[in-house]
Design a protein around this ligand. Structure first.
Ligand code: G3P
Length: 247
């Protein structure tokens, strides 16, 4: 199965009713590469508005979800509520949630299992800190994050992996194409060895970390880079150029 190129826009905790409406209008009128799957992830408060206004060929993702059915979980959003609102995707395991909100590998894996088993696809993030990279621990760290995922998940068809080196997020310091390709290839090899060759061949592996309209083309040419998870640049009109980087 050929892997369809995928571009996600992670708005993080940014935007207003008006600015998000402007982004949606810009995407609606843009000519987008139909060979690229596009998904945007606004803050939870704006999911409904975005789903209502955005053209249907673009998907919508939440930035978090809980791993329990509806009930007494103040402040959380359920998988069934996402589905009820037309939200088919969720970002899980982002380093900002792992570090700032102390989500463990196990919590991320449990949420991923719950979402995928109940019909919501997951952009599952992993990546190393600068200290880990400098200590030569990049691959070991990512392998341990993947192992925690594997311990709970059996259906990989609803998972897209986003490799986001923490030192490249929001810093303007993008990984070189070689650095990104090297880790993507290792992730694919890990999948082949630990899960199956089929899952390794089919799973899309995105790069995230200071992706811009200037660097996306070169990164997209690497054989194991199947798309991007874009932060800051997804809030700008140039996001369209990133979506269309394969044209
Ligand atoms: O999830 C996307 C991300 O963390 C990268 O952010 O702003 O460096 O593109 P940014």
């Amino acid at each position: 199965m050929a892997r369809k190129f995928f571009v996600g826009g992670n708005f993080k905790m940014n935007g207003t009713l008006q600015s998000i409406k402007d982004i949606v209008e810009n995407l609606n009128k843009a000519q987008l590469d139909s060979n690229t799957e596009t998904v945007i992830a606004p803050p939870a408060l704006y999911l409904l508005q975005v789903r209502e206004l955005l053209k249907k060929e673009i998907g919508v993702a939440a930035q978090n979800v809980y791993d329990k059915p509806n009930g007494a979980f103040t402040g959380e959003i359920s998988v069934s509520q996402l589905k009820d609102s037309g939200v088919d995707w969720v970002i899980l395991g982002h380093s900002e949630r792992r570090t700032v909100l102390a989500e463990s590998d196990e919590t991320v894996a449990s949420k991923t299992k719950y979402a995928t088993e109940n019909g919501v696809s997951v952009i599952w993030c992993c990546g190393e800190s600068l200290e880990q990279r400098e200590a030569g621990q990049t691959l070991a760290h990512i392998a341990s994050q993947l192992a925690a995922l594997k311990a709970q998940v059996s259906d990989w068809s609803r998972i897209v992996i986003a490799y986001e080196p923490i030192w490249a997020i929001g810093t303007g310091k993008v990984a070189t194409t070689q650095q990104a390709q090297e880790v993507h290839a290792e992730i694919r090899q890990w999948l082949a060895k630990e899960v199956s060759q089929q899952v390794a061949d089919d799973t899309r592996i995105l790069y995230g970390g200071s992706v811009s309209e200037k660097n996306c083309k070169e990164l997209s040419k690497e054989k194991d880079i199947d798309g991007f998870l874009v932060g800051g640049a997804s809030l700008k009109p140039a996001f369209v150029d990133i979506i269309n980087c394969k044209l």
